[in-house]
Every structure is written in structure tokens, then in C-alpha cells.
Design a protein around this ligand. Structure first.
Ligand code: HEM
Length: 505
């Protein structure tokens, strides 16, 4: 029926033909859908592509400029999220900030977002450097000891940093009961929120089915009880410790101390902090796995990173104070996120008021997908887009070059963190995690391709990535060796120092 409301002189964006009722539902691949979105955008020569699914409009954006024009410049009407009965309502009981609509009556998202900003803005992010430096030293020690378990070390780092910041607790092995539970909650969310996982997200009318005809309701409500008890447990734990003044500094504590003025209930607060953990851990690890792949595939770039950090000092590990002197490290990280973004499909925004853009009609309720895979392969902005090339951030002849190199390239407001009022509130923490890990890996180890039985080098595939919302390279073989005995000694001494001074010891 939106067809009838279309204002004169406007048109719908182009797109593949639609079947009656279901529209393009069956044309969309169940995994890595962004590859198809990019193909269609090229085929129809459009930066805005139209798909429909069961009567719901979905617009695919494949240009950063368009995404900024709409999602940022017109943020007042492009900042909501899709109706998602399975993930947002049943699983999260309308408490999970990342899935909440923009202006719900209770202001849950707005109040939660204010709090997230207060604990993760650029200024307070500097207070977390000590935590990041401690955990990254541990990561390096692990990587040298067992390079084959690189995924484990990166996941442990990413989880341990936010775990300390959010809950004031240490993670030692990753096998702890509470860590196992929170990781399971992460995986459940990713599974439930994946497009197509629950029919009710495509056909919300199914919510009207009585419980005995809708087994998904019972299943998801049980999953909700588990995550709710976990998130509340973590909050109550800190509340208890505040009573005898033994609570560490952490986001749960910040929340409890400011709860009155934040205007958030206990459940809302527990979910805000829980969400910061779940949004912050897997993404960071996934980005770093792509970085490792980039470095194994492009050893010349890895050597340039090594030269850059060696220039700073061969006598100590690089720190976050060195960031201005590390443009090559920053470029390699930024290029990794361009080449193989973590959220390649982008997080969808919903337009809440009829709109017109460049002659196209965008009816209220349209789901707008800022598809990073396609945006990051726009040849106008990124010449030769399939090539991993950090040079595009370091050489004035490229359109993405910016000066001064003590500041640029950086990840501030980078498309990989989303857009406008919904942009990733953890970007300052994420950015520092990635620079620090990349610099320290380059300083500490040499990376080598693994060899097969016949002694031939194994080159990992360019793009064999996991399915799902966050995508990362499937495990690939490579070897890492500490660069020298003296570097090993420096790393060990640093680890010792951190272990002794750990505020959560
Ligand atoms: C490399 C690491 C990361 C990447 C690539 C990433 C990417 C993103 C993206 C694309 C969005 C959606 C933005 C939009 O809707 O336009 C997002 C949202 C979010 N991110 Fe991140 N993120 C990362 C790390 C983190 C960290 C470390 C935290 C927390 C400490 C975090 C917390 C969040 C939260 C809470 C949201 C939901 C915001 C909302 O809906 O209002 N992220 N992130």
C-alpha cells in the first residue's frame, strides 16, 4: 500500500523483480548476504537498492556519502531499529539497547545511550589504557607460547578488557563459569538476531499465535530468563560489594552511583552494561583475526609495521602514548576494517517518517541497511578496492588521504562503526584495542606462513569467513616466533610488573 502514498514526481529505487507477497525473500542468500547486495548494487548501477520482504521495504545503501546524508544528517528520522519480535521482544524483553527503537515511550534507549557515552567517550577512554596494556601483554605472552591458539588469545583479550571495565572482574582462562555463561548469551543473541533465524521476524503476525502453536515463544522466553539472571547477578554482585566498600571501579558501580539521575531501572542498567560487554568483545576479536590474516597474506606490510614500532623503541613494548608516531599501524588497522569489515552487512536503521532523497521515495518504516561490504568497495573512494592497501591512508595521491599523519588515519566516525545517533558508542575503546594489539604484535613476533608436509608454504584463502552477523576469517594456519631473546625478556618483565600491580589482584 506504500505504492499508493508515493508522492508525485518521486520513484522507488531500482532493484531485482519481486514475487507477489513474499517479494525478494527467497532471493536473499541466508549467509554472507552482503556479497549479493554488492552484486545487485553494481548490476542496477545504484547507490540505493530496493528489496522487499513479505511487504516490508528494505533499502540497501552502498555509498558512504548516502549513508551519511540519511543516517547522520537526517538522524532525527533514521535512527530506529527494525521490529524484531524474536530478538528484541522475546529474547531481550525490550531491554537490549542495541535493538531498541529510537524513541520508545519509556526513553530506555536514550537514557541507556547517555550512560554508555559517559563511560566510553574519548576522554574517559584514556583512563582504560592501563587495563589495555596489561591484557595486551598477556595476549602477547600467549601468542608466543601457543601461536596456533591465536583465536583463543584474541578472544580472551577482547573479553578480558571489557569484563574488567564493565564488571570489575578478571578473566584468567576464559573457562570461568560466569565467562562461559556470558559467552553463551553472546552466541545466542547472534543466532537469534541473524536474519531468517526466526520466521516471526519476517512475519510479525505470527506473534499473535497462542503459545501452544508457537514453540519459539517458550524457547526464547527461557533464554531471556537465563540472560536476565546473569546480567542482574553481575549487577547485584557489585551492589553487595559496595555495601562494605569493596567494590572495584567499574561500569556497574558507575551505574549504581548515578542511577537516580540516569532514570534507568535495575533491569535497564543491567542490560546496558551487559550489552556493552557483548557488543565489545566479539567484534574486537573478529577485527583482530582479520588483521592477522591481512598480515600473513601481506608480509611486506607487516615488516613496515615492525620498522615503525622499532623506530619508537626496541627497548620497550609500544604503548598507547605512541599512537601519534604510528601512522602505518593505524593505516594497517583501518585498511583491515575496510577490506573485511566485522559487520559487513551493517546494522539496520529504520526510517520513521516518509522521506525523499535524490528523487527516491523512502516510506516510513523502511529498513535501511548501510552495507559496509559494498560501501568499502566503492571504487571512487577506494581505487582498486579488492586490494588490501594501507597506502591509501598514507599517500597523498589517494582520495582517502588526510593530514597530519600524527592524527590521520584514525577510526573516528569511520563507517565501520555505523552512523549518526546510533554510531558505535565503544569506538574509542575499540580503536585503542586495535592499535595497541597491532603495534605490540609487530614489535614482539615475526609471522610466517605455515608449511605443509612437503615443506610448501600454505597461503590462507583471501575470504573464507564465518557465517553470521559478525564475520571473521575461519581458522587459518600460520606461525609466530618471538623476534629475539631480548624482546622475550622485556615482555616477561612487563608481564611480571603488570601481575604485581594489577588493581584487581
Ligand atoms: C572493532 C570493534 C567494533 C566494531 C567494528 C563495532 C561496530 C559497531 C557497529 C557497526 C554498530 C552499529 C552502529 C549503527 O547502528 O549505525 C555498533 C553499535 C554498538 N556498539 Fe560497537 N563496535 C565495536 C566495538 C565495540 C565496543 C568495544 C563496545 C563497548 C565497549 C561497543 C558497543 C556498542 C554498542 C552498545 C552498540 C549499540 C549502539 C546503539 O544501538 O545505540 N562496540 N558497533
Amino acid at each position: 500500500d506504500s505504492e499508493r502514498q508515493r508522492p508525485k514526481g518521486t520513484k522507488y529505487p531500482p532493484g531485482p523483480s519481486r514475487k507477489p507477497l513474499i517479494g525478494n525473500l527467497l532471493d536473499i542468500p541466508p549467509t554472507h548476504s552482503w556479497l549479493q547486495f554488492k552484486k545487485w548494487s553494481d548490476q542496477y548501477k545504484t547507490k540505493i537498492l530496493r528489496l522487499t520482504m513479505a511487504g516490508q521495504e528494505h533499502y540497501i545503501i552502498s555509498s558512504e556519502r548516502v549513508a551519511n546524508d540519511l543516517l547522520r544528517e537526517r538522524g532525527a528520522i533514521y535512527s530506529s531499529r527494525p521490529v524484531a519480535p524474536a530478538s528484541a521482544e522475546l529474547l531481550s524483553n525490550n531491554l537490549r539497547p542495541v535493538l531498541l527503537p529510537y524513541n520508545d515511550r519509556s526513553d530506555t534507549w536514550r537514557n541507556g545511550r547517555k550512560f554508555m557515552h559517559s563511560v566510553a567517550n574519548a576522554k574517559v577512554a584514556s583512563q582504560y589504557h592501563a587495563t589495555q596494556e596489561l591484557e595486551s601483554t598477556r595476549m602477547i605472552v600467549g601468542l608466543i607460547r601457543e601461536p596456533r591458539r591465536y583465536e583463543h588469545w584474541l578472544e580472551l583479550y577482547s573479553a578480558a578488557v571489557v569484563f574488567r571495565l564493565a564488571f570489575g572482574k578478571r578473566i584468567e582462562t576464559g573457562e570461568e563459569e560466569v565467562v562461559r555463561r556470558i559467552m553463551k548469551v553472546n552466541h545466542t543473541l547472534e543466532r537469534v538476531a541473524s536474519p531468517g533465524a526466526y520466521l516471526v521476524d519476517t512475519f510479525p503476525i505470527l506473534m499473535k499465535l497462542p503459545k501452544f502453536l508457537a514453540p519459539f515463544k517458550k524457547e526464547l522466553q527461557e533464554l531471556h530468563r537465563e540472560e536476565h539472571s546473569l546480567f542482574r547477578g553481575l549487577l547485584e554482585d557489585v551492589r553487595e560489594r559496595m555495601k562494605n566498600d569493596s567494590a572495584p571501579n567499574c561500569w556497574e558501580r558507575d551505574f549504581l552511583e548515578q542511577q537516580q539521575s540516569l532514570d534507568l531501572t535495575n533491569d535497564e542498567g543491567a542490560y546496558v552494561v551487559g550489552t556493552l560487554f557483548e557488543a565489545g568483545s566479539g567484534t574486537t576479536a573478529a577485527a583482530m583475526m582479520s588483521f592477522m590474516l591481512a598480515m600473513v597474506l601481506h608480509p611486506a606490510w607487516f615488516r613496515m609495521l615492525q620498522a615503525e614500532v622499532d623506530q619508537i623503541s626496541e627497548e620497550r613494548l609500544p604503548t598507547l602514548d605512541d599512537v601519534p608516531q604510528m601512522p602505518t599501524v593505524r593505516a594497517a588497522v583501518k585498511e583491515t576494517l575496510r577490506w573485511h569489515p566485522v559487520t559487513s552487512g551493517g546494522l539496520p536503521h529504520v526510517c520513521t517518517k516518509d522521506d525523499i532523497y535524490e528523487g527516491f521515495f523512502i516510506p516510513a518504516g523502511t529498513v535501511v541497511h548501510p552495507v559496509q561490504w559494498a560501501m568499502h568497495r566503492d571504487p571512487e573512494l577506494y581505487p582498486d578496492p579488492e586490494t588490501y592497501n594501507p597506502q591509501r591512508w598514507l599517500d597523498p595521491s589517494y582520495p582517502t588521504y588526510k593530514e597530519p599523519l600524527t592524527e590521520h588515519p584514525n577510526l573516528h566516525n569511520y563507517s565501520t562503526f555505523g552512523f549518526g545517533r546510533r554510531i558505535c558508542p565503544g569506538q574509542n575503546i575499540a580503536e585503542r584495542n586495535l592499535y595497541l594489539l597491532a603495534a605490540r604484535i609487530a614489535w614482539s613476533v615475526d609471522l610466517m606462513k605455515a608449511k605443509d608436509e612437503t615443506g610448501k608454504e600454505i597461503t590462507p584463502p583471501y575470504y573464507t569467513y564465518t557465517a553470521g552477523f559478525n564475520s571473521q576469517p575461519k581458522r587459518f594456519p600460520f606461525d609466530a616466533k618471538v623476534r629475539s631473546a631480548s624482546r622475550q625478556a622485556i615482555i616477561d618483565a612487563e608481564m611480571q610488573r603488570h601481575a604485581e600491580n594489577d588493581p584487581l589482584k
